[in-house]
Design a protein around this ligand. Structure first.
Ligand code: AMP
Length: 650
């Protein structure tokens, strides 16, 4: 007996899913299908994207719907247009052999009249984004009074996106006795609250651990200077010649900037974000799906719900503001039982965030070294050799040229020919990477202010004798909070209100990373590398550390505190120019000066990149790309065609 049939699904559905290549139900489907087929239960399911959750609710739903009737019997609410279209497509596929099935997608950015007409034809299932569904209700274009099933898909995302009120309005239009099925990748308190609010005694289904990610994903991070993030991204791409990635940035501007740089540098990349028109977004997605693009640079919102098969890498160019979004991002890879890699490119201060994510997803990250030029070249070389080995030879077309070619090469041995043939492509890569610097933060040599000659790192902490700590108790305290072994703390010089700590360099990152939002006797503890605070030794400073509870996590805190300090009399003690930029102005001014600094960081990266482009100019990337363009102009398309070739050669 077919395994789907065994779960109680009818022949028409089994036939459709078999044609889709589904051989056996996924773990979540095994649990939900028999339970939901009873047609009498509410359900809360914790499920990541990629687990087969659409079929987990879609298949039983289809079994329960009366497709002879034209009434709308089910409404499926989901956060984004992409996901809405995806679910609709999936359900249409599942109902291929069911007569009269009409499943309609309702989402913003498309004609509401067209969608209303579709519903009036008699849509038994309406799949909708909450905002557009609300519009439909207000215009009385949809009748939800016969709804028997409501599905809330990616409930956490809908709440994140502020759809709570829309959900309330929509569900209030549906009969109270319906069944509600809620799916969420994470279970923050708010989701639990709404599940209690909307449902009565729901059955709870979990696949995997609560808030955990997909086991098939390998989580990796690289620690680099902020200005080296972009070159690091390129190294990652270059050392994975077959990469098919989504690169997540935090803002639309950053997304566009990174995509533009990648395009300029000859990568098959493009941006996906909310400032693009719908048709531009569709165009980008079409090219990504067809693999004309190797790297899709996207914001969280724009990339939600994307179901593209075989994404090899998810790259967190910037970690998400909402740490829980990491799960959504990484869930774009390793779908349907495949494996994938989720990468975070971070600076030293963000190591603590990685530890928080590790706790959330209950999975350890591996810290990887950014590959050096030699390693990238090696990867490219073997990829090229493999390509040569596997290339399809068009015997007929090449036949007539061969005698001339043999004649031309007759004085060369087989080995010579191989070497030369490979070198025609490979030399460009060698040149490209010949002077490539080490990009790893701890060994880059470009920011070693706090690393002493013996390889240890000096840290500053705003705790001292006044906190009733001596070197022993402070060692214990730091070791306990950060998890580093006490013997990696080499020495502690305890002063009255602060101390200097010398630690093994590898522990320094972990300590500074984990001491975020940590309090000691009600006061925020601050640890920073001594280079950034070497002159900040005034006893009066300690009062100012308590301040700053910015919304932007530890950064808000940390710069808030600096600003306070800047205002104190010890300000003149700061040595470096950068420090002074923190010292002036109010708290909000500080934030601004931070972002000024960030944009300077961006410029540095750009300069670096530009000098790189000059250095690497023989890579064959002379085509000018109008980086200001987005979307689908012909000009841009042509640029892609021109740009694609040199890179493809590798
Ligand atoms: P979802 O979690 O619904 O986004 O599904 C992820 C991917 O897995 C989709 O491309 C589905 O078509 C595919 N899929 C769902 N169920 C199965 C199954 N039982 N066997 C194979 N593939 C499946």
């Amino acid at each position: 007996m077919n395994k789907f049939e065994a779960l109680g699904l009818n022949n028409a559905i089994v036939k459709a899913v078999t044609e889709l290549g589904f051989e056996a139900p996924t773990p979540i489907q095994e649990k939900t299908i028999p339970a939901l087929l009873t047609g009498t239960t509410d359900l809360v399911a914790l499920a990541q994207t990629g687990t087969g959750k659409t079929a987990a609710f879609g298949l039983p739903l289809i079994s329960l719907i009366d497709f002879k009737s034209r009434d709308t019997q089910a409404v499926i609410l989901c956060p984004t247009r992409e996901l809405c279209m995806q679910i609709t497509r999936d359900l249409q596929n599942y109902t291929k052999y069911i007569d009269g099935a009409n499943i309609v997608a309702v989402y913003g950015g498309a004609s509401i009249e067209g969608q209303s007409r579709e519903i009036k034809r008699g849509a038994q299932i309406v799949v909708a984004t909450p905002g557009r569904m609300n519009d439909m209700i207000n215009r009385r274009n949809v009748n939800l009074s016969k709804v028997r099933y409501a599905v809330l898909d990616e409930a956490d995302e809908m709440l994140n996106m502020g759809f709570k009120e829309d959900l309330d309005t929509i569900l209030s239009q549906t009969p109270a006795e319906k069944n509600t099925w809620l799916f969420s990748a994470t279970m923050p308190d708010e989701v639990l609250r709404i599940s209690k609010h909307y449902m009565s005694s729901p059955i709870e289904i979990t696949t995997g651990t609560k808030n955990s990610g997909n086991e098939n994903i390998e989580h990796v991070y690289y620690v680099v200077q902020a200005r080296d993030k972009y070159p690091t991204l390129k190294r990652i791409a270059d050392s994975n010649p077959d990469i098919f990635a989504i690169v997540f940035c935090r803002t639309k501007i950053e997304t566009q900037e990174i995509a533009d740089k990648l395009i300029k540098d000859g990568y098959n990349a493009d941006a996906l974000h909310g400032d693009l028109s719908q048709s531009q977004r569709d165009h980008v997605m079409k090219r990504y799906r067809s693999r004309s693009l190797q790297m899709l640079v996207a914001t969280d919102v724009a990339a939600r719900g994307i179901d593209v098969q075989d994404v090899t890498h998810v790259i967190n160019y910037a970690l998400p503001d909402e740490i829980e979004n990491y799960t959504h991002r990484s869930g774009r890879t390793a779908r349907a039982g495949k494996t994938g890699v989720s990468i975070a490119i971070i600076n030293m201060k963000e190591v603590g965030k990685i530890r928080i994510i590790e706790r959330l997803i209950k999975t350890k990250f591996t810290q990887a070294k950014v590959p050096n030029g030699f390693e990238v070249c090696e990867k490219q070389l073997f990829s090229l050799v493999k390509k040569i080995h596997n290339v399809e030879v068009n015997e007929k077309a090449i036949e007539s040229y061969l005698p001339g070619i043999y004649e031309e090469l007759k004085d060369l041995t087989r080995e010579d020919i191989i070497k030369r043939f490979v070198s025609t492509e490979f030399n460009r890569f060698l040149d490209y990477y010949k002077n490539a610097p080490d990009l790893n933060a701890s060994s880059s040599g470009r920011d070693q202010r706090s690393v002493s000659t013996n390889g240890n790192t000096k840290l500053f902490i705003n705790l001292g004798e006044m906190d009733k700590l001596d070197s022993r108790s402070m060692t214990e305290y730091i070791s306990e909070v950060s998890g580093v072994a006490a013997n990696t703390i080499v020495s502690i010089d305890v002063k009255s209100s602060f101390s200097f700590i010398e630690v093994k360099t590898e522990s320094a990152e972990v300590i500074t990373g984990t001491f975020k939002n940590i309090q000691f006797n009600g006061r925020n503890v601050r640890i920073e590398s001594r280079g950034a605070s070497s002159s900040s030794t005034g006893g009066g400073e300690r009062r100012s550390y308590g301040g700053g509870n910015g919304s932007y996590g530890d950064r808000g805190n940390s710069y808030g505190s600096r600003s306070d300090r800047g205002g104190s009399s010890s300000r003149g003690g700061y040595g470096g120019g950068e420090r002074r930029s923190y010292g002036s102005g109010s708290g909000s001014g500080e934030r601004k000066s931070y972002s000024d600094r960030s944009s300077r960081g961006g410029n540095t990266a750009k300069t670096y990149n530009e000098s790189g482009a000059g250095e690497y100019s023989d890579r064959g990337r002379s085509a000018r790309v109008s980086t200001g363009n987005t979307g689908n102009s012909d000009d841009r398309k042509n640029n892609f065609k021109r740009e694609k070739r040199p890179r493809k050669a590798f």
